[in-house]
Design a protein around this ligand. Structure first.
Ligand code: TLP
Length: 350
């Protein structure tokens, strides 16, 4: 039986070139700043995103938290979308760990926050209010179907942040997917941000790790935050080596994942009992709804698993499928065939 893994691009395993680079990596103690491979990765990443400095962290969650901690003090406020990964899927770590007060503005379907609502949410100086210190955007926007945020929108948000003297962080877990989809250099998407994070361990296929980029001063503070969170790693060059291969070899090919996601979305839209607006999906994440009476997302996911196709139930009726380098066009066709045949069954066996 064919096996098609569409639950997440985090499922990607390191490529043979990564495993070789990992085995051969030169290492030192990174808490002392002495791991040459980590230093090389950080310099490469900073250069690539047009920032002064960068920091290698174990995960996207820690990348967001150290950035928030570097920009905000206890009791300060951060504005972000109600569907932001940071708000939704990170255990409320900003509040629980860093005592940062999150204030949400509703995300629009394209991942943006309405500019007027965003600006209205920024607090004035008043003894009753927390101080607004930070706006956080997400690019691409996971829960908004992998929507890429365009440079013009980022510029508009950057203008608001500057006008109010507050900082802008971009959770760019999939920043390179946005860059490839919009056909702009990643540094253009980072330009307005005081800090930007991206994940090496999603579509770029490294086994572990994320990067935060920003000014030298910001990165120094973020480095302290990483240490208190237990994220100071030692011979981390073994991991950074895979990150270097990820940046060198795995970015341009993301276009294939987008083409496969597009193919999947078009195919799913043609299957009776499923509902999606296939034109919406511009990167590697596709969400669709199960509208066949009596069938839940979890039941369809379970039935597909029996056919070797793995997807994620993201809600009672909603399923998520994510493409990545271990998924081929043939796999997509197989997944579509399997989904079509399961959906045609009178009574779906799970
Ligand atoms: N997202 C994961 C799950 O946590 C949902 C996934 O499979 O998509 N920002 C964004 C936009 C993310 O999508 C994720 C991971 C993170 C941050 C956190 O990264 P990790 O998992 O490395 O902590």
């Amino acid at each position: 039986m064919q096996h098609v893994e569409l639950r997440s691009d985090t499922m990607t395993r390191p490529t043979p070139a990564m495993r070789k680079a990992m085995a051969e990596a030169e290492v030192g103690d990174d808490v002392f700043g002495e791991d040459p491979t980590v230093n090389r990765l950080e310099a490469m990443a900073a250069e690539r995103l047009g920032k002064e400095a960068a920091l290698f962290v174990p995960s996207g969650t820690m990348a967001n938290l150290v950035s928030q901690m570097a920009h905000c003090g206890r009791g300060d406020e951060m504005i972000l979308g109600h569907l932001a990964h940071s708000f939704y899927y990170e255990q409320g770590g900003s509040a629980a760990v860093a005592a940062i007060h999150p204030r949400t503005v509703p995300n629009q379907a394209d991942g943006t926050l309405p500019l007027d609502e965003l600006e209205a949410a920024i607090r004035g100086d008043n003894i009753h209010f927390p101080r607004t210190r930070l706006i956080a955007l997400e690019n691409t926007h996971n829960l908004c179907g992998g929507a890429p945020l365009e440079p013009a929108y980022l510029k508009a948000v950057g203008d608001i942040a500057r006008r109010h003297k507050i900082k802008l962080h971009i959770d760019g877990a999939r920043l390179f997917n946005a860059a490839v989809a919009l056909r702009v250099p990643a540094r253009q998407l980072a330009f307005e941000a005081d800090s930007v994070s991206f994940c090496l361990s999603k579509g770029l296929a490294a086994p572990v790790g994320s990067i935060v980029c920003g000014s030298r001063e910001f990165i120094q503070t973020a480095r302290r935050a990483r240490k208190v969170l237990g994220g100071g790693m030692r011979q981390a060059g073994v991991l950074a080596a895979a990150g270097i291969v990820a940046l060198n070899e795995m970015v341009d090919r993301l276009a294939e994942d987008h083409a496969n996601a597009h193919r999947l979305a078009e195919g799913l839209a043609g299957i009776s009992g499923l509902k999606l607006d296939s034109g919406r999906y511009k990167t590697n994440i596709v969400y669709f709804d199960v509208v066949k009476p009596g069938l839940s997302a979890a039941e369809l996911v379970a039935a597909l698993q029996k056919e070797g196709v793995r997807m994620l139930a993201a809600g009672p009726r909603t399923i998520r499928a994510v493409t990545h380098y271990e998924v081929t066009e043939k796999d997509i066709d197989y997944a579509l065939e399997a989904t079509g045949s399961v959906m045609r069954q009178e009574k779906i066996s799970i």
